[in-house]
Write a protein that binds this ligand. Structure first.
Ligand code: FAD
Length: 497
């Protein structure tokens, strides 16, 4: 409530925020979480909380009047459609050279993501988080994160026979025929639930095109794991449709936090001020970076150091499709949950997920999201003229990602006698190089913060989300974000509280 004084306020309810909330509450601390998106706990008029990718309605996008699907063309025709402006679940946030997709709501990115829960190979960890001791991560914090998230792997025997992964079996065949290692990728989807969907004994979810705009049944989003546990302590309060706009030192100690309440069309209906002894920035790489850059530049937190806003990367994301021969159909039924990848990281700098294209019809397309070792890093900066935060990423900076992805797909195409699809991202456009799902960095660990996420110029302020990670995790990022948050909050609880 307006004027309240609280011990801990957490900005954002994604992975970092949820880990912090649970562990602080278990340590006996009362926690208030502030989330700009909706609660996503109430069904709409169709009886479902979330809409499907094939029939997006107002619930799909954050304050847009037209959908902005990552794969925005099909057979060369644009597929985006008009929707009413609403505080929907997926934000396609546009910067000058890149569109950054992010989840909005209680659970953050866990509401919209594919659930692929990948621990980086230990030999790559030195480049992922160079200042963190790998021993403690691989013996304690990665296992803790995997357990907390409910990570599991598909039953390989079921994979070999089920219709809904024919697309991935085609992906495996083509990878192996070109000599690439094919690996199963763990996920937080309930694999037994998916078997029941396929058998017709449970309401379909992954098998009904649910993913990008939320998943109604089988996916273990943070709402079902960390946040459920945090709420069960009785010490955690969550305020959805509330957006933090300012954090500054309070006269009597602690921090004054200004919060705007939003309605479902995005208008500000009230502005509240609370005081908190400690504030955790967990608004995601983009959300935390934007806040900190603005607060430094506008004089609310002028002593934040010069690393704020730097070291941002896109995890090397780039997408492409391949056109298969008629004897290699990928199936009209495709699970929305990816379960496998092609690992060419060491030799070619690319790890490609074999992704579904759940259109409901046979497309003869193989579709891939590659994570690549793209070295480019961008910076957020305050634009005083527009009062916004800009990001200086340029579209041309994706070229290294394209080159690395080609180390896999040029070879497969030549072996199979196939070509790239040119109809998925525009007219005659092969590469989906305009976007990322994996924003990382902007408040890098041991640079913008100390080695545990403390903003040392301001005791009691912490960063605990993907903005700590310097731009690339070599695989999908949320397990690493979760494990790092587990490591940092343990240290903060034992030494700062
Ligand atoms: P987030 O999860 O982004 O949470 C930040 C929260 O803060 C959000 O809920 C946001 O609304 C809120 N917020 C922001 N600003 C404010 C503010 N000023 N006030 C109040 N609240 C605010 N990763 C994987 O590992 N595997 C995958 O399969 C995968 N698939 C993905 C698919 C898609 C379509 C997308 C978009 C992402 C995917 N990711 C995947 C990435 C993953 O979801 C993110 O890396 C992860 O969610 C980041 O966690 P976080 O804690 O840093 O922040």
């Amino acid at each position: 409530a307006n004027g309240a004084h609280v011990p801990v306020l957490i900005i954002g309810t994604g992975y970092g925020g949820s880990v912090a909330a649970l562990r602080l509450a278990q340590a006996g601390v009362d926690v208030n979480m502030i989330e700009m998106g909706m609660a996503w706990d109430t069904p709409g008029s169709d009886g479902k909380i979330f809409c499907t990718t094939t029939a997006p309605d107002q619930r799909s996008y954050w304050l847009r009047t037209k959908t902005k699907a990552p794969l925005n063309y099909f057979l060369g025709f644009p597929i985006d459609r008009n929707i009413s402006r609403y505080t929907g679940i997926l934000d396609a946030e546009e910067f000058s050279g890149i569109t950054v997709y992010q989840g909005r709501g209680v659970g953050g990115g866990s509401l919209v993501n594919g659930g692929m829960a990948v621990t980086p190979k230990r030999e790559n960890f030195g480049t992922v988080l160079p200042s963190v001791n790998p021993d403690e991560m691989y013996t304690t914090y990665y296992p803790r994160a995997n357990a907390g998230l409910g990570v599991g792997t598909i039953d390989p025997a079921w994979f070999d026979t089920t219709d809904c992964y024919q697309f991935a079996r085609v992906g495996r065949k083509h990878a192996q025929r070109s000599g690439f290692p094919f690996v199963f990728v763990p996920d937080v989807y309930d694999w037994n639930y998916m078997k029941q969907e396929a058998a017709g004994t449970a309401t379909k979810s992954a098998l009904a095109g649910e993913i990008l705009y939320g998943n109604n049944y089988g996916k273990k989003s943070l709402q079902k794991t960390y946040i459920a546990q945090a709420k069960a302590t009785g010490r955690v309060t969550i305020s959805p449709l509330h957006r933090v706009t300012r954090v500054a030192p309070a006269a009597g100690g602690g921090y004054t936090v200004v919060i705007e309440q939003l309605n479902t069309t995005g208008d500000v209906t009230a502005t509240k001020t609370v005081t908190s002894d400690r504030v955790f920035f967990a608004a995601g790489s983009v959300g935390t970076s934007k806040l900190l850059v603005k607060l430094k530049a506008t004089g609310a937190l002028p002593n934040l150091n010069g690393e704020i806003g730097k070291g941002w990367g896109d995890n090397g994301n780039v997408m492409c499709g391949r056109a298969n021969h008629l004897w290699d159909p990928t199936g009209s039924l495709q699970s929305t949950i990816p379960c496998a990848g092609i690992d060419n990281w060491a030799a070619g700098g690319a790890f490609a997920e074999v992704a579904p294209l759940p259109t409901g019809i046979e497309t003869f397309a193989s579709f891939y999201l590659s994570i690549t070792k793209n070295p480019n890093r961008a910076q957020f900066s305050w634009n005083a003229a527009t009062s916004t935060v800009d990001l200086n990423w340029q579209t041309a900076w994706k070229q290294p990602s394209i080159d690395m992805a080609k180390t896999i797909f040029d070879k497969i195409n030549s072996k199979e006698g196939t070509i790239y699809r040119t109809d998925l991202f525009g007219v005659y456009k092969i590469w989906g190089d305009h976007l990322t799902y994996h924003p990382l960095g902007g408040a890098v660990l041991n640079k913008a913060t100390d080695n545990y996420g403390r903003l040392t110029a301001y005791p009691g302020l912490y960063v605990i989300d993907g903005s700590l990670i310097p731009g690339n995790t070599s695989v999908n990022p949320f397990v690493t974000i979760t494990a790092l948050a587990e490591r940092n909050i343990e240290k903060i609880i034992t030494t700062d509280l």
